[in-house]
Design a protein around this ligand. Sequence first.
Ligand SMILES: Nc1ncnc2c1ncn2[C@@H]1O[C@H](COP(=O)(O)OP(=O)(O)OP(=O)(O)O)[C@@H](O)[C@H]1O
Ligand SMILES: [Mg+2]
Length: 246
Amino acid sequence: MREVLTANNLSYTYETGKKKVEALKGLSFAVNDGEIFGFIGPNGAGKTTTIKLLLGILISQKGELSVLGKSPTLPEARKSVGYMPEIANYYRYLTPVELLTMYGDIFGIEKKLLKARINELLRLVDLEKESDRIMGTFSKGMMQKVSFAQALVNDPDLLILDEPSSGLDPVARKNMREVIKSLRDKDKTVFFSSHELSEVELVSDRIGILNRGELLAVGPVEDLLGEKEEGQTLESYFLNMIEREI
Ligand SMILES: Nc1ncnc2c1ncn2[C@@H]1O[C@H](COP(=O)(O)OP(=O)(O)OP(=O)(O)O)[C@@H](O)[C@H]1O
Ligand SMILES: [Mg+2]
């Protein structure tokens, strides 16, 4: 099994003027090839900061990080990575087809292949009817769907999603779950953050629980919940753990 993501003693401190916020404090974890890894934790725990470090958007002051065997600060490391940001803030005067074409061009995908892939992705996220409407007219959930399609445009080996199901209706959530699971069947790796613990439980091979910049637990959901406590859900486990920490 190949390690797709490794973080070793990763730290990150935001500095704005005199104020310092220690967002990550010595984080270590690894994600393997073909694994779906759910990253959960309260607001402000450091999930988005971790994701930005994985993408080379932020550069850590301490610790090591490897993404697909390379440092994420190198553009080559990002070629095979797909990223869905926390907030889908795309240029509102573009249509989904135009946006996806722009991203596909950035990855250098050949025109005919790109056109076919965009059609397939828009069908996958159920946006075929809206494919030529400008995104300024879209609802939040529709924007999430465009953003998910954008993350898949380069057929990535590693997919990094920051709260992907936020704002999606139950049908769209199920749909996204199925797409994510189908990626595992193709040996792709998915790293995603979420507050929807029932979703996380359904789709993840392993989860990591982050609190105040520190990992409290990592493992398969069934191992973490244990066999003894019948009826315990990931949500009750999570709430117990976080409340103990407060
Ligand atoms: N640009 C910034 N400048 C200063 N502090 C920041 C900045 N971005 C994040 N932080 C701080 O870093 C910590 C971690 O934030 P982060 O966005 O990583 O959390 P999160 O786990 O993604 O939270 P949420 O679930 O709300 O998305 C918080 O204390 C936050 O206030
Ligand atoms: Mg976040």
